[in-house]
Design a protein around this ligand. Structure first.
Ligand code: 26Q
Length: 824
């Protein structure tokens, strides 16, 4: 077969201009003189896309021809961030594009700002999926990402009187130049209905089989996105599914003559991919969420089998072709779905189907909080997916028979390990299903994987010790260093060459430069310039004024009690109190700007109260003539990937202060370290590994360890004893309780205070003094700019391990064993 012929525009300024004008004229139907910023943005996006097209088609064609062992990443979320910059960098077009546009009188920077980021994820887990597909493409691994094309991504956060108010995220309205719809590859997905037994064949060949007769069907239409590798000639695919009504859906009603009703009924099917659920723990058990999960997984399996495998492929060989990686339990319904396909549709017997299925799946767990583990009531699941429930029951029966056999009928053990929970309501434990089915189960940082083995999944780890492994998370250096921090990137490349972008361990070569005064000076210059970029962004975007001459102390992540934004705000309150009471003079403090960024799940009442508290404290601090000289709180609304790209490079101090044993990994912690912020953090998640690598002298550790916290809970934790013993803590909490930050109203933040004094599940009060002490060490260190920037440079030099390229290598070696193609 000949290599397909593909038109590629010339890699020159003139070539770019020509292609750009063609897009502006022929696709946007406008001319330079009349085009809007959005016209320009769309023309630019399409132009860049054209440069990647040949690589995309070639990569995809090669995957099909070679049929290598590949990876399919199944994730309900991809928090991609803006595409334009990433594509420009990957295709090595930044300079050409900037020059070409300038020759037309257009500023590339203005067009960058016109892009609305696809926010198709909640936080860490969704962003991780985006980093992973970037790394897979850059490493030439044959991989495809499967997910959902939500019409509305994570809500847009606004503040009204300091309280969070959610607005719909209308990311598609300006046009979606990065996607390719493929209605001709639509897939039909069933829901509901019932199952039937029937006899297949005759005489001696007759076998009893089951078929599922769905009660209703929807269509899935795939939308393809390019996933460009970094300058390696490869472009992989992200395939997101959008739900449509089937053509039969409304036929009956049409024939009844009720046109309006028929059209209305279509919205039912189209609702499935309408909106991303904004909860990222304590799942609500909403039936539509389960529909989303089955919808995208059923589309993806069908698509993989029908589109990516050859016609005559023998599904017994499926494990030689693919590993389906389950990003948490959200896609785990893929397990009974593949069983259904093999047994009911392909006529496999149960055992051979199970053998194939087992070998095709691997499962990544992202949590330790029991309330974040997904469970679905049996009645909900059985109504929506009756055949899948039968299959899950049979998987469970066979699994529990083995447990009984190995444990001498230990019925307590059997009950603990069962995929089906009986109390409080009979339900399916999705993590158990995933663990039973998967060839490998991994946690996302060393400590997390250890706690999975020792606690959350201990029974399973004893049963299948070799099943459990760790793959520490990582972040893509393309987006979070190369693209977000051009200043630092330039400095690094000048010092050690450009290989680091795809081989982040090379950052080690920077270590000697930590002792080079001139290098440190230039490093500080970059940090300073990055702070100015942030100042501009916050002024323009939020009307927030911050002083680039202050220490930038940053806590950005979803709002969760376990992440302990309250600990950070109690520190701010303590500083405020010490100044107002005259205990310290402003001259004796290091001036700080404390930046928060955090969305709360809309139904998470306590999280929303904490947001209000932060905003109210910020207002009082900012309005105080003395305090505001040395302390400011900035809480820009709607923190997202785009904001992170300006905020992370500007930070001096990274706040990673979850209670030990609660944050599975964290990935923000890695982004900050790689951009030369120092971390103040607990011994939790990947903080542990960051500290080991950068060294104790360059990391501000505080707080209880996981075993200490567990022991203290065991012994009966009494938070009020800390309130009684600790004067600073008492004064800070009293200020909140007495209405200092709520115009004298004592009831406003009463729930926050009484929660801390009463239960304090995440031991904020126990860690308070230790945190204050660590902040004192931060202040002392920051007063010595040379020592501080030496530590900062060492943070950069020693964080190469946290590249998602390394994570992908670990998944390849420990779990996937996929092939690697040569770069093109
Ligand atoms: C499940 C069912 C129903 C509705 C929502 C959900 C749901 C959605 C999102 C549950 C969890 C999430 C997201 C979890 C998450 O982001 N976890 C984070 O994953 C990161 C990547 O591994 C880790 O670094 C973080 O420590 C972990 O909190």
């Amino acid at each position: 077969e000949p290599t397909p012929l593909i038109a590629t525009p010339e890699h020159t300024v003139e070539g770019f201009v020509r292609e750009y004008l063609r897009e502006l004229n022929f696709a946007q139907g406008t001319i330079l003189e009349r085009a809007s910023v959005n016209d320009h943005y769309l023309a630019l996006a399409r132009t860049v896309r054209h440069y990647l097209m040949a690589r995309w088609i070639t990569t995809t064609t090669e995957h099909y021809r070679r049929q290598p062992k590949a990876v399919a990443y199944l994730s309900a979320e991809y928090l991609l961030g803006r595409q334009l910059d990433n594509a420009l960098v990957a295709a090595d077009l930044e300079d050409i594009a900037a020059e070409a546009l300038a020759s037309l009188g257009i500023d590339l920077a203005d067009l960058r700002e016109a892009e609305v980021e696809p926010g198709l994820g909640n936080g860490g887990l969704g962003r991780l999926a985006a980093c992973f597909i970037d790394s897979l493409a850059t490493m030439s691994v044959p991989a495809i990402g499967y997910g959902i094309r939500y019409e509305y991504g994570i809500f847009r956060q606004t503040f009204v009187d300091g309280r969070q108010v959610e607005k719909p995220d209308e990311w598609l309205v300006g046009g979606a130049p990065w996607e390719f719809a493929h209605p001709e590859h639509e897939v039909t997905v069933g829901f509901g209905g019932h199952t039937e037994r029937y006899v297949d064949g005759e005489g001696d060949d007759a076998v009893e089989r089951t078929r599922w007769v769905p009660g209703w069907k929807v269509l899935g239409v795939p939308y393809n996105y390019m996933v460009p590798g970094y300058r390696n000639g490869r472009v992989n695919t992200l395939r997101l599914w959008s739900s449509r009504a089937t053509h039969a859906f409304d036929l009956k009603i049409f024939n009844h003559g009720d046109y309006a009703e028929a059209v209305r009924s279509r919205t039912f099917a189209e609702n499935i991919s309408k909106v991303l659920y904004p909860e990222d723990s304590t799942p609500q058990g909403k039936e539509l969420r389960l529909q989303q999960q089955y919808f995208f997984v059923a589309c993806s399996l069908r698509d993989f089998i029908n589109q990516l495998l050859p016609e005559d492929f023998d599904l017994h060989d499926l494990p030689e072709r693919i590993c389906f990686q389950l990003n948490d339990t959200h896609p785990v319904i893929a397990v009974p779905e593949l069983m259904r396909i093999l047994v009911d549709e392909e006529g496999f017997d149960w055992d051979e189907a199970w053998e194939v299925t087992r070998r095709c799946f691997a499962y990544t767990c992202h949590t330790l909080l029991p309330e974040a583990l997904e469970v679905w009531p049996v009645d909900v699941l059985g109504r929506l997916l009756p055949r899948h429930l039968e299959i899950i029951y049979r998987i469970n029966d066979e699994f529990l028979a083995r447990v009984r056999e190995h444990s001498g009928d230990d019925e307590l053990l059997v009950r603990r390990m069962s995929i089906i929970a009986e109390h409080p309501a009979r339900s399916v434990r999705m993590a158990h299903l995933a663990t039973v089915a998967a060839t490998k189960v991994n946690g996302v940082a060393e400590l997390h994987s250890q706690l999975l083995r020792d606690k959350v999944l201990a029974d399973f780890a004893r049963f299948w010790p070799e099943k459990f492994t760790n793959v520490t998370n990582g972040v893509t250096p393309r987006r979070f260093v190369r693209l977000a921090n051009p200043g630092l990137s330039g400095l690094i490349t000048e010092a050690i060459g450009e290989g680091w972008v795809t081989d982040l361990d090379r950052l080690r070569d920077l270590e000697p430069l930590a002792d080079d005064a001139e290098f440190r000076r230039r490093f500080r210059e970059v940090k300073d310039a990055n702070k100015h970029r942030l100042v501009d962004l916050l002024a323009r975007r939020d009307g927030i004024e911050i002083d680039p001459g202050t220490m930038l102390d940053v806590m950005v992540k979803r709002l969760h009690e376990y992440k302990r934004q309250t600990l950070k705000i109690l520190h701010v309150i303590t500083l405020y109190d010490r100044i107002v009471s005259g205990e310290v003079a402003v001259e004796d403090l290091v001036p700080r700007t404390v930046v928060f960024g955090a969305k709360a799940a809309p139904g998470y009442v306590m999280a929303k109260e904490i947001i209000a508290l932060i905003n109210h404290v910020g207002a009082v601090v900012g309005a105080h003539p003395e305090v505001s000289k040395v302390l400011r709180v900035a809480f820009p609304a709607n923190y997202n990937v785009t904001v992170a790209e300006t905020l992370v490079p500007a930070a001096d101090l990274s706040e990673q202060i979850s209670l030990a044993g609660k944050e599975a990994s964290g990935t923000g912690n890695m982004k900050f370290a790689l951009n030369g912020a120092l971390t103040i953090g607990t011994d939790d998640g990947a903080n542990v590994e960051i500290r080991q690598l950068v060294g104790d002298d360059h990391f501000f550790l505080f707080g209880l360890t996981e075993p200490e916290a567990a022991a203290m809970q065991e012994a009966g934790y009494r938070p009020s004893s800390y309130y009684e013993k600790n004067r600073s803590l008492r004064r800070a909490l009293d200020l909140v309780a007495h209405g200092e930050f709520s115009g004298g109203n004592r009831s406003t933040f009463e729930p926050v205070v009484s929660n801390l004094l009463g239960e304090d599940r995440f031991m904020v009060l126990a860690d308070f003094q230790s945190y204050l002490d660590a902040q004192e060490r931060v202040e002392a260190a920051y007063r010595d700019p040379d020592a501080w920037s030496r530590s900062a440079v060492l943070n950069v030099a020693r964080s190469g391990f946290f590249s998602s390229d390394r994570s992908m290598r670990d998944y390849m070696d420990r779990i996937w064993h996929a092939e690697v193609l040569p770069p093109l």
